[in-house]
Ligand binder design. Structure first.
Ligand code: ATP
Ligand code: MG
Length: 325
Protein backbone atom coordinates (compact mmCIF):
# COMPACT_ATOMS: atom_id res chain seq x y z
CA UNK A 1 0.00 0.00 0.00
CA UNK A 2 1.24 3.47 -0.81
CA UNK A 3 1.05 6.32 1.64
CA UNK A 4 -0.66 8.54 -0.90
CA UNK A 5 -2.71 7.36 -3.86
CA UNK A 6 -4.16 9.79 -6.37
CA UNK A 7 -6.41 8.09 -8.92
CA UNK A 8 -7.86 9.78 -12.03
CA UNK A 9 -8.15 13.01 -10.04
CA UNK A 10 -9.53 16.08 -11.78
CA UNK A 11 -10.14 19.56 -10.42
CA UNK A 12 -12.70 21.70 -12.17
CA UNK A 13 -12.94 25.38 -11.26
CA UNK A 14 -15.71 27.68 -12.36
CA UNK A 15 -14.46 31.13 -13.32
CA UNK A 16 -15.92 34.10 -15.15
CA UNK A 17 -14.46 35.39 -18.32
CA UNK A 18 -14.37 39.17 -18.26
CA UNK A 19 -16.34 41.38 -15.90
CA UNK A 20 -19.82 40.22 -16.91
CA UNK A 21 -18.78 37.04 -18.67
CA UNK A 22 -20.64 33.80 -18.34
CA UNK A 23 -19.14 31.25 -15.96
CA UNK A 24 -16.74 28.87 -17.65
CA UNK A 25 -15.50 25.57 -16.35
CA UNK A 26 -11.73 25.15 -16.19
CA UNK A 27 -10.21 21.71 -15.82
CA UNK A 28 -7.13 22.86 -13.89
CA UNK A 29 -6.16 19.23 -13.32
CA UNK A 30 -7.56 16.83 -15.85
CA UNK A 31 -7.33 13.23 -14.66
CA UNK A 32 -4.01 12.39 -13.06
CA UNK A 33 -2.87 9.31 -11.15
CA UNK A 34 0.21 8.75 -9.03
CA UNK A 35 1.31 7.12 -5.79
CA UNK A 36 3.93 8.08 -3.24
CA UNK A 37 5.59 5.59 -0.89
CA UNK A 38 7.01 6.45 2.55
CA UNK A 39 10.49 7.95 2.27
CA UNK A 40 10.11 8.60 -1.46
CA UNK A 41 9.82 11.84 -3.41
CA UNK A 42 7.69 12.51 -6.45
CA UNK A 43 8.90 15.58 -8.32
CA UNK A 44 6.24 17.51 -10.26
CA UNK A 45 7.40 19.84 -13.03
CA UNK A 46 5.76 21.90 -15.74
CA UNK A 47 5.11 25.46 -16.83
CA UNK A 48 3.14 28.01 -14.87
CA UNK A 49 -0.57 27.22 -14.76
CA UNK A 50 -0.24 23.51 -15.63
CA UNK A 51 -1.87 22.48 -12.36
CA UNK A 52 1.05 21.72 -10.02
CA UNK A 53 -0.24 23.62 -6.99
CA UNK A 54 -3.76 22.34 -7.55
CA UNK A 55 -2.34 18.80 -7.55
CA UNK A 56 -0.53 19.57 -4.28
CA UNK A 57 -3.69 20.93 -2.65
CA UNK A 58 -5.64 17.83 -3.67
CA UNK A 59 -2.87 15.58 -2.34
CA UNK A 60 -3.15 17.31 1.03
CA UNK A 61 -6.92 17.15 1.10
CA UNK A 62 -7.13 20.96 1.10
CA UNK A 63 -9.38 20.61 -1.94
CA UNK A 64 -11.48 17.60 -2.84
CA UNK A 65 -11.04 16.45 -6.42
CA UNK A 66 -14.07 17.12 -8.63
CA UNK A 67 -13.53 13.67 -10.13
CA UNK A 68 -11.46 10.67 -9.11
CA UNK A 69 -10.04 9.99 -5.66
CA UNK A 70 -7.23 10.74 -3.25
CA UNK A 71 -6.47 8.29 -0.45
CA UNK A 72 -3.97 8.58 2.39
CA UNK A 73 -2.89 5.39 4.19
CA UNK A 74 -5.58 3.60 2.21
CA UNK A 75 -8.46 5.78 3.44
CA UNK A 76 -10.33 8.49 1.58
CA UNK A 77 -9.49 12.05 2.56
CA UNK A 78 -11.94 13.46 5.09
CA UNK A 79 -14.10 16.46 4.22
CA UNK A 80 -11.96 19.62 4.35
CA UNK A 81 -12.15 21.42 7.70
CA UNK A 82 -14.02 18.60 9.48
CA UNK A 83 -12.71 17.41 12.88
CA UNK A 84 -11.39 14.24 11.24
CA UNK A 85 -9.63 16.34 8.62
CA UNK A 86 -7.94 18.47 11.30
CA UNK A 87 -6.56 15.34 12.96
CA UNK A 88 -5.29 14.13 9.62
CA UNK A 89 -3.58 17.47 8.95
CA UNK A 90 -0.95 16.68 11.59
CA UNK A 91 0.26 13.86 9.33
CA UNK A 92 0.74 16.03 6.25
CA UNK A 93 2.14 19.47 5.81
CA UNK A 94 2.53 22.04 3.07
CA UNK A 95 5.73 24.03 2.58
CA UNK A 96 5.51 26.78 0.04
CA UNK A 97 7.58 29.39 -1.62
CA UNK A 98 7.08 32.52 0.43
CA UNK A 99 8.27 31.90 3.98
CA UNK A 100 7.37 35.40 5.12
CA UNK A 101 3.83 34.93 3.85
CA UNK A 102 3.60 31.59 5.67
CA UNK A 103 4.56 33.16 8.99
CA UNK A 104 2.84 35.37 11.49
CA UNK A 105 5.02 38.47 11.78
CA UNK A 106 4.02 39.05 15.41
CA UNK A 107 5.16 35.62 16.65
CA UNK A 108 8.72 34.65 17.47
CA UNK A 109 10.33 31.80 15.54
CA UNK A 110 9.91 29.51 18.57
CA UNK A 111 6.21 30.37 18.78
CA UNK A 112 5.72 29.69 15.06
CA UNK A 113 7.33 26.27 15.35
CA UNK A 114 5.36 25.46 18.50
CA UNK A 115 2.00 26.51 17.06
CA UNK A 116 1.12 23.23 15.27
CA UNK A 117 1.98 21.32 18.46
CA UNK A 118 -0.46 23.52 20.39
CA UNK A 119 -3.14 23.15 17.69
CA UNK A 120 -2.83 19.37 17.69
CA UNK A 121 -2.45 19.22 21.51
CA UNK A 122 0.92 17.47 21.37
CA UNK A 123 2.93 17.44 24.64
CA UNK A 124 2.87 19.82 27.62
CA UNK A 125 4.58 23.22 27.67
CA UNK A 126 7.95 21.83 28.76
CA UNK A 127 7.88 19.01 26.21
CA UNK A 128 6.93 21.41 23.44
CA UNK A 129 9.77 23.75 24.39
CA UNK A 130 12.20 20.84 24.19
CA UNK A 131 10.79 19.75 20.86
CA UNK A 132 11.11 23.26 19.40
CA UNK A 133 14.74 23.42 20.52
CA UNK A 134 15.47 20.06 18.85
CA UNK A 135 13.72 21.14 15.64
CA UNK A 136 15.80 24.32 15.47
CA UNK A 137 18.94 22.17 15.57
CA UNK A 138 17.49 19.75 12.98
CA UNK A 139 16.99 22.53 10.43
CA UNK A 140 20.35 24.17 11.15
CA UNK A 141 19.18 27.22 13.08
CA UNK A 142 20.85 28.49 16.24
CA UNK A 143 19.19 28.62 19.68
CA UNK A 144 19.30 32.42 19.60
CA UNK A 145 17.09 32.41 16.48
CA UNK A 146 14.22 31.16 18.66
CA UNK A 147 13.42 34.55 20.17
CA UNK A 148 13.61 36.46 16.88
CA UNK A 149 10.76 37.53 14.65
CA UNK A 150 10.50 36.46 10.98
CA UNK A 151 11.77 39.78 9.58
CA UNK A 152 14.93 39.39 11.68
CA UNK A 153 16.01 36.30 9.74
CA UNK A 154 17.47 35.89 6.26
CA UNK A 155 15.36 34.27 3.53
CA UNK A 156 17.20 30.97 3.91
CA UNK A 157 16.83 31.02 7.68
CA UNK A 158 13.13 31.78 7.34
CA UNK A 159 12.65 28.83 5.00
CA UNK A 160 14.43 26.64 7.57
CA UNK A 161 12.06 27.90 10.27
CA UNK A 162 9.06 27.14 8.04
CA UNK A 163 10.41 23.62 7.58
CA UNK A 164 10.89 23.19 11.32
CA UNK A 165 7.26 24.21 11.76
CA UNK A 166 6.14 21.76 9.07
CA UNK A 167 8.13 18.96 10.73
CA UNK A 168 6.90 19.72 14.26
CA UNK A 169 4.00 17.25 14.20
CA UNK A 170 6.15 14.46 12.67
CA UNK A 171 4.26 14.42 9.37
CA UNK A 172 4.35 11.40 7.07
CA UNK A 173 3.85 13.51 3.95
CA UNK A 174 5.28 16.87 2.94
CA UNK A 175 4.04 18.73 -0.10
CA UNK A 176 6.70 21.27 -1.01
CA UNK A 177 5.45 23.82 -3.53
CA UNK A 178 8.43 25.70 -4.98
CA UNK A 179 10.07 25.58 -1.53
CA UNK A 180 13.36 27.15 -2.57
CA UNK A 181 12.43 29.20 -5.63
CA UNK A 182 12.66 32.51 -3.78
CA UNK A 183 16.16 31.80 -2.45
CA UNK A 184 19.62 32.49 -3.88
CA UNK A 185 21.03 29.54 -5.79
CA UNK A 186 23.77 28.92 -3.19
CA UNK A 187 21.25 28.95 -0.34
CA UNK A 188 18.87 26.76 -2.36
CA UNK A 189 21.37 23.91 -2.40
CA UNK A 190 21.86 24.09 1.37
CA UNK A 191 18.15 24.08 2.12
CA UNK A 192 17.48 21.28 -0.38
CA UNK A 193 20.26 19.13 1.10
CA UNK A 194 18.92 19.70 4.58
CA UNK A 195 15.42 18.81 3.46
CA UNK A 196 16.46 15.55 1.81
CA UNK A 197 18.63 14.57 4.81
CA UNK A 198 15.68 15.09 7.15
CA UNK A 199 13.38 13.25 4.77
CA UNK A 200 15.64 10.19 4.66
CA UNK A 201 16.21 10.22 8.44
CA UNK A 202 12.48 10.39 9.13
CA UNK A 203 11.14 8.33 6.22
CA UNK A 204 8.87 11.15 5.05
CA UNK A 205 7.11 10.94 1.69
CA UNK A 206 7.35 14.08 -0.40
CA UNK A 207 5.64 15.69 -3.35
CA UNK A 208 8.16 18.25 -4.57
CA UNK A 209 6.74 20.83 -6.95
CA UNK A 210 9.12 23.05 -8.88
CA UNK A 211 9.74 24.59 -12.25
CA UNK A 212 13.48 24.11 -11.58
CA UNK A 213 14.36 20.80 -13.22
CA UNK A 214 17.84 20.68 -11.72
CA UNK A 215 16.48 20.77 -8.17
CA UNK A 216 13.78 18.24 -9.03
CA UNK A 217 16.34 15.88 -10.51
CA UNK A 218 18.41 16.14 -7.35
CA UNK A 219 15.61 15.37 -4.88
CA UNK A 220 13.18 13.07 -6.70
CA UNK A 221 12.89 9.29 -6.90
CA UNK A 222 10.28 9.71 -9.61
CA UNK A 223 9.31 12.67 -11.75
CA UNK A 224 5.95 13.59 -13.28
CA UNK A 225 5.94 16.14 -16.08
CA UNK A 226 2.64 18.02 -16.33
CA UNK A 227 1.21 19.87 -19.28
CA UNK A 228 -2.15 21.62 -19.06
CA UNK A 229 -3.49 19.55 -16.19
CA UNK A 230 -2.25 16.15 -17.32
CA UNK A 231 0.84 14.04 -16.75
CA UNK A 232 2.58 13.67 -20.12
CA UNK A 233 5.62 11.72 -18.94
CA UNK A 234 6.54 10.01 -15.70
CA UNK A 235 9.48 7.93 -14.61
CA UNK A 236 12.90 7.62 -13.04
CA UNK A 237 14.57 11.05 -12.98
CA UNK A 238 17.94 9.90 -14.33
CA UNK A 239 16.38 8.16 -17.33
CA UNK A 240 13.85 10.89 -17.91
CA UNK A 241 16.36 13.73 -17.87
CA UNK A 242 19.04 11.84 -19.82
CA UNK A 243 16.63 10.63 -22.48
CA UNK A 244 13.34 12.51 -22.37
CA UNK A 245 10.72 10.81 -24.53
CA UNK A 246 7.81 13.23 -24.72
CA UNK A 247 8.46 16.23 -27.00
CA UNK A 248 7.39 18.54 -24.16
CA UNK A 249 9.85 16.94 -21.73
CA UNK A 250 12.53 17.18 -24.42
CA UNK A 251 11.87 20.90 -24.72
CA UNK A 252 12.02 21.41 -20.94
CA UNK A 253 15.20 19.37 -20.57
CA UNK A 254 16.86 21.01 -23.54
CA UNK A 255 16.42 24.36 -21.81
CA UNK A 256 18.45 23.33 -18.72
CA UNK A 257 21.77 25.12 -18.92
CA UNK A 258 24.56 22.52 -18.97
CA UNK A 259 28.30 23.05 -19.20
CA UNK A 260 30.11 21.51 -22.19
CA UNK A 261 28.57 20.19 -25.39
CA UNK A 262 24.86 19.58 -25.03
CA UNK A 263 23.41 16.20 -25.88
CA UNK A 264 19.92 17.38 -26.59
CA UNK A 265 19.67 20.21 -29.11
CA UNK A 266 17.95 23.23 -27.66
CA UNK A 267 14.24 23.20 -28.47
CA UNK A 268 12.59 26.56 -28.02
CA UNK A 269 8.87 26.31 -27.40
CA UNK A 270 6.95 28.96 -29.24
CA UNK A 271 3.82 30.56 -27.88
CA UNK A 272 2.41 30.64 -24.39
CA UNK A 273 1.07 27.56 -22.71
CA UNK A 274 -2.54 27.32 -23.82
CA UNK A 275 -5.35 28.37 -21.53
CA UNK A 276 -6.96 25.46 -19.64
CA UNK A 277 -10.34 27.14 -20.21
CA UNK A 278 -9.72 26.70 -23.92
CA UNK A 279 -7.99 23.34 -24.17
CA UNK A 280 -6.77 22.41 -27.65
CA UNK A 281 -8.31 19.28 -29.16
CA UNK A 282 -6.49 15.96 -29.09
CA UNK A 283 -3.07 16.21 -27.46
CA UNK A 284 -3.09 19.60 -25.72
CA UNK A 285 0.58 20.04 -26.64
CA UNK A 286 0.01 19.68 -30.39
CA UNK A 287 -0.23 23.46 -30.91
CA UNK A 288 3.40 23.83 -29.81
CA UNK A 289 4.80 20.42 -30.66
CA UNK A 290 7.61 20.36 -33.24
CA UNK A 291 6.77 16.80 -34.34
CA UNK A 292 2.96 16.78 -34.21
CA UNK A 293 1.05 14.77 -36.84
CA UNK A 294 -2.61 14.94 -37.84
CA UNK A 295 -3.59 12.30 -35.26
CA UNK A 296 -2.30 14.54 -32.43
CA UNK A 297 -4.93 17.16 -33.19
CA UNK A 298 -7.74 14.61 -33.31
CA UNK A 299 -7.05 12.11 -30.54
CA UNK A 300 -6.07 12.48 -26.89
CA UNK A 301 -3.02 10.26 -26.23
CA UNK A 302 -3.35 7.93 -23.22
CA UNK A 303 -0.54 7.73 -20.66
CA UNK A 304 0.94 4.36 -21.61
CA UNK A 305 3.40 2.18 -19.69
CA UNK A 306 6.67 1.39 -21.47
CA UNK A 307 9.08 -1.42 -20.72
CA UNK A 308 11.67 0.77 -19.02
CA UNK A 309 9.07 1.66 -16.37
CA UNK A 310 8.33 4.99 -17.94
CA UNK A 311 4.87 6.33 -18.72
CA UNK A 312 4.43 8.50 -21.79
CA UNK A 313 1.37 10.20 -23.27
CA UNK A 314 2.39 10.68 -26.90
CA UNK A 315 1.10 9.09 -30.10
CA UNK A 316 4.66 9.07 -31.43
CA UNK A 317 6.23 7.39 -28.41
CA UNK A 318 6.29 3.97 -30.15
CA UNK A 319 8.77 5.32 -32.63
CA UNK A 320 11.22 6.15 -29.84
CA UNK A 321 10.61 3.56 -27.16
CA UNK A 322 9.48 -0.04 -27.36
CA UNK A 323 6.02 -0.68 -25.94
CA UNK A 324 5.76 -3.39 -23.30
CA UNK A 325 2.81 -5.64 -24.03
N1 ATP B 1 -9.24 28.70 -7.20
C1 ATP B 1 -9.17 28.77 -8.51
N2 ATP B 1 -10.20 29.20 -9.27
C2 ATP B 1 -10.14 29.24 -10.61
N3 ATP B 1 -9.07 28.86 -11.33
C3 ATP B 1 -7.99 28.43 -10.65
C4 ATP B 1 -7.98 28.37 -9.22
N4 ATP B 1 -6.77 27.90 -8.83
C5 ATP B 1 -6.07 27.68 -9.95
N5 ATP B 1 -6.80 28.00 -11.04
C6 ATP B 1 -6.38 27.84 -12.45
O1 ATP B 1 -6.00 26.49 -12.60
C7 ATP B 1 -4.84 26.37 -13.40
C8 ATP B 1 -3.75 25.66 -12.64
O2 ATP B 1 -3.32 26.46 -11.56
P1 ATP B 1 -2.14 26.03 -10.57
O3 ATP B 1 -2.03 27.08 -9.55
O4 ATP B 1 -2.38 24.66 -10.10
O5 ATP B 1 -0.88 26.05 -11.54
P2 ATP B 1 0.68 25.87 -11.22
O6 ATP B 1 1.18 24.80 -12.10
O7 ATP B 1 0.86 25.71 -9.75
O8 ATP B 1 1.30 27.25 -11.71
P3 ATP B 1 2.55 28.12 -11.13
O9 ATP B 1 3.79 27.46 -11.64
O10 ATP B 1 2.34 29.46 -11.73
O11 ATP B 1 2.44 28.11 -9.63
C9 ATP B 1 -4.49 27.78 -13.81
O12 ATP B 1 -5.02 28.02 -15.09
C10 ATP B 1 -5.16 28.64 -12.78
O13 ATP B 1 -5.49 29.89 -13.32
MG1 MG C 1 1.83 26.87 -8.30
Amino acid sequence: MSLLDVTDAAQIYTTRRGLFGRPVKVRAVDGISFSVQPGRTLGVVGESGCGKSTTGRMALGLERPSEGSVTFEGAAMPVPRSAEWRDMRAKMQLVFQDPLGAMDRRLTIAQQIEEPLVIHRIGNAAERKERVAALLVDVGLRPDHAARHPHELSGGQRQRAVLARALATNPKLLVCDEPVSALDVSIQAQVVNMLTDLQVARGIAMVFISHDLKVVRQVSHEVAVMYLGRIVEQGDPEALFADPAHPYTRALVSAIPVPGPRRIPRIVLTGDPPNPADRPSGCAFHTRCPVAIARCKAEVPALRHFDDGRKIACHLADAQTKVAE
